[in-house]
Design a protein around this ligand. Structure first.
Ligand code: FAD
Length: 330
């Protein structure tokens, strides 16, 4: 066990661009590593991606492990799992963090199984205990309570971390770091899936986690048509539409719009909650927003306790006025 040290993150990149969540978990890894007095390693996998090492060092990595191979130019579970497992066997990290993206959620369990270690999925909090163990906090029992999980007997300790929960690392271009190129033994026969072509999903999935402005609708919008006015306000502000779970459960909007504990965790500069009461599970997903504006006809709605600006009134009367005023400012 003592051979294992350092805190690693999987530096997920797509088309040569680092995913936001990689920079978020890098910031978290830096904090944890400083607490333990160890290094932060970033694992960069792909083809012709070494140029991203500099960014990773600026964002807090001490060592960037690069596995560059034409067979890894597109993500495949088997190729990436083999590369990271070999790397981990060689350099023995004590912790590996992954973003809980489609790729991270697919990859991390496969690596856990290859390395015969544990994995805590979808963490919303991480810390180090007095014995140096990773404390991995995540919602349990359908989100009704938070559980903190330890992995005392196996290494590495591994977690996937929800995008949007941790703060992005702050860039410091004066930082120095080391790049280690690792030649993983990957052959065509290791990768049983063949990628014939990549098609972007036709459906327009909303990208709440990256949005600067979110206008969200709750049960107070009265029905699916209520989202028209929410969309109008979002459009005029250049933002996107979010939703409470009540509206998703009612079938008024698709679940990719849901903000909250069982929806997406968001961090926009501006969050406008319209007809949303402010249940704890909704707040769990949006309370880190820069400025929160609430529109609700009930002056006692809990959302007003968390809002920076509150408008008490019928959203169908308030929003059209807002839209008109914003248009005038343009
Ligand atoms: C395990 C678990 C996980 C959950 N996860 C989530 C989650 O991820 N996200 C989430 O949102 N919820 C989640 N919930 C549900 C949560 O507890 C609330 O039920 C939900 O957030 C309520 O949605 P709402 O605010 O839209 O509706 P309500 O609580 O019904 O509130 C509607 C609000 O609209 C106001 N209103 C009504 N008409 C108007 C009008 N014309 N103009 C202005 N205001 C008006 C009312 O005053 C009221 O405050 C979860 C619950 C559980 C148990």
């Amino acid at each position: 066990m003592n051979d294992y040290k350092d805190i690693w993150i999987f530096a997920e990149q797509r088309n040569g661009k680092l995913m936001n969540v990689a920079i978020e978990i890098l910031g978290e890894a830096r904090k944890l590593a400083d607490k333990k007095g160890v290094n932060v390693g970033a694992v960069l996998i792909g083809h012709n991606v070494e140029n991203l090492s500099k960014d990773l060092i600026s964002f807090g990595a001490d060592i960037v492990y690069v596995v560059d191979n034409p067979l890894l130019s597109n993500y495949t579970t088997e190729g990436y799992a083999k590369a990271i497992s070999e790397l981990a066997k060689e350099y023995k990290p004590e912790v590996i963090l992954y973003g809980a993206t489609f790729i991270g959620r697919d990859l991390a369990p496969r690596i856990a199984s290859r390395l015969m270690t544990g994995l805590t999925a979808d963490c919303t909090g991480l810390d180090i205990d007095e014995n140096g163990l990773l404390l991995q906090t995540r919602p349990a029992f359908g989100g009704n309570l938070m559980a903190t999980i330890k992995c005392p007997d196996k290494r590495p300790q591994m977690s996937t971390v929800r995008p949007g929960v941790m703060k992005r690392a702050i860039r410091d271009d004066t930082r120095d770091g080391k790049v280690i190129k690792f030649d993983a033994d990957i052959n065509e026969s290791d990768i049983r899936t063949k990628i014939l072509s990549i098609a972007k999903e036709a459906k327009n999935v909303v990208n709440l986690e990256e949005a600067d402005i979110i206008v969200s609708g709750g049960r107070g919008i009265g029905g699916p048509d209520g989202f028209n006015i929410i969309k109008e306000l979002a459009d005029v502000l250049g933002g996107v539409v979010g939703a409470s779970r009540a509206t998703v459960d009612a079938g008024w909007i698709t679940s990719d719009h849901q903000v909250g504990q069982t929806g997406k965790t968001v961090r926009p500069k501006l969050y406008i909650a319209c007809g949303i009461s402010g249940a704890i599970q909704h707040l769990a997903g949006m309370s880190n927003s820069g400025t929160i504006v609430a529109i609700n006809k009930n002056p006692d709605a809990p959302i007003f306790k968390f809002a920076d600006y509150g408008i008490v009134g019928d959203l169908f009367k308030v929003i059209p006025v807002l839209i008109e005023e914003i248009k005038k400012l343009k």
